[in-house]
Design a protein around this ligand. Structure first.
Ligand code: AMP
Length: 178
């Protein structure tokens, strides 16, 4: 394989559009073909690891559920902790909870109370950035425990939904943008 291969194009080619899922009018970006392709999955992790390897991260916070897949693999590569942020009622020990804005309505996210040390440098990871409400909720949980959100990272960014602006001043990294 030539060294100059266009990683972004390969990854983009492994993301499948599914119209009208989970409801009519939504074009769902399905990452399962990317997960099924070992080369593509490596490329995503390489791209993210290269971005953050020098940053002295203490923890990666992954957002349920597809954020777990990329976040946990990246944490293992970067030798930092992995912390799950989950939908209500899933985490077994004492939790902190935030309310966050969904496209229509609102939801809640939870994180174990003892997840983040005071002053820890944290990277938030999810598969996709849309309006930014979910990542903003996760950031609130991290800050509530005294952590510093170093950046937010996504495989896919739907830039027309303005999530990046919503997350200002947090730096945002995404691999493919639509
Ligand atoms: P948001 O809070 O609006 O940035 O939404 C991001 C969350 O919703 C992520 O956890 C995504 O997995 C999911 N999501 C939103 N829109 C889509 C989409 N078009 N395709 C796939 N996942 C999506």
């Amino acid at each position: 394989m030539p060294l100059s291969i266009d990683r972004g194009a390969v990854i983009r080619g492994l993301i499948r559009d599914v119209p009208d899922f989970p409801k009519k009018g939504i074009l769902f970006k399905d990452i399962t073909p990317l997960l099924a392709d070992p080369r593509g999955f490596h490329m995503v992790l390489d791209a993210l690891a290269e971005e953050f390897v020098g940053l002295h991260l203490d923890a990666i916070v992954g957002i349920e559920s597809r954020g777990f897949i990329f976040g946990a693999a990246l944490a293992a590569r970067l030798n930092c902790s992995f912390v799950p942020v989950r939908k209500p009622g899933k985490l077994p020990a004492a939790v902190d909870r935030v309310r966050y804005a969904l496209e229509y309505g609102e939801g809640h996210l939870e994180m174990h109370k003892d997840s983040i040390s005071e002053g820890a440098n944290v990277l938030i990871v999810d598969d996709l950035l849309a309006t930014g409400g979910t990542a903003a909720g996760a950031a609130e949980l991290v800050r509530g425990q005294g952590g510093i959100v170093t950046a937010c990272a996504f495989v896919v960014e739907l830039s027309f939904l303005g999530g990046r602006e919503r997350l200002v001043p947090m730096p945002v990294k995404s691999i493919v943008t639509y």
